[in-house]
Design a protein around this ligand. Sequence first.
Ligand code: PMV
Length: 320
Amino acid sequence: MTTASAPGKIILFGEHAVVYGRPALAVPVTQVHTDVDITDSDSAGIWIQAPDINLHAELNTLPSDHPIASVIHNLFFLSRVSPFPKLNIKITSTIPVASGLGSGAAVTVALTRALSAHIHYPMTDEQVNAFAYEIEKLHHGTPSGIDNTVITYAKPVYFVKRSPSPSGRGARGEGGIETFKVGQPFMIVIGDTGISAPTKESVGDVRKLWEADKTKWESVFDQVGVIANAARDSIERGKMKELGELMNQNHTLLQEMTVSSPELDKLVTAARNAGALGAKLSGGGRGGNMIALVEADRAEAVAKSLMDAGAKHTIITQVA
Ligand code: PMV
């Protein structure tokens, strides 16, 4: 049997503006993960079992653009495997779907790693990341690449989109992936609205705003970029109060981009009222998750307030 696993992720700062070349910060969330097991099979075909999404099917019965099928087809094409092996692939995941925790990218990364190992086609992290980005592009239009990057490397990532941004403007650390130092470990409470919201739609809506008034939105994205850089400095220096304030500022700009929602705002306010140092939505927005920065002794109380305010579940995670 060959196995591989990939964590979930949250974006701490810079979502949406990252699509336009501004920096963003993201961290892995290891409390949730996708696991893939592959075994050789006696029966013909490649059988995929993914109980969390009620899938039990032979590869060729799935549309070729199905997210799981597209990973397998593209990897077999890349590795020139022939004939196709007979396999049983089991995919299980505790990452909620379409909620900003990177479920799609985690399936792609874990499946790519397990499959490439099973067919003896070794891939470096860089290759896995580049491959996962191509798969993200098939399903998400114009992804920045931050999800596949933080999930592949499973460490805190300071990310700037590599390819030319739609606006043609860059930011600090142009073109790459840097990890950043965490001066003092800190706690994040994640609150899930339970509303599944496709990132593609919120990204598309922000694009429409940008197209209608590029000067205005470039300036908003610049402000987000300044916040993301300041946040990195605060994290490196262990300045948690500053970091919380930066989260609040980032949330205000995300509201301006129209990607928050009444449910997200309610959870953000509840977290702040319960003593969080700051809170914001995380990821594509409209639904999905929000995050709150908390002192360790407030984590449980903030998590409880989020549940009282309508969160479907919460995760307390440490960034270290
Ligand atoms: O919804 P998520 O967590 O997959 O995050 C999307 C982040 C965006 O910046 C909105 C889009 C992107 O591709 O970076």
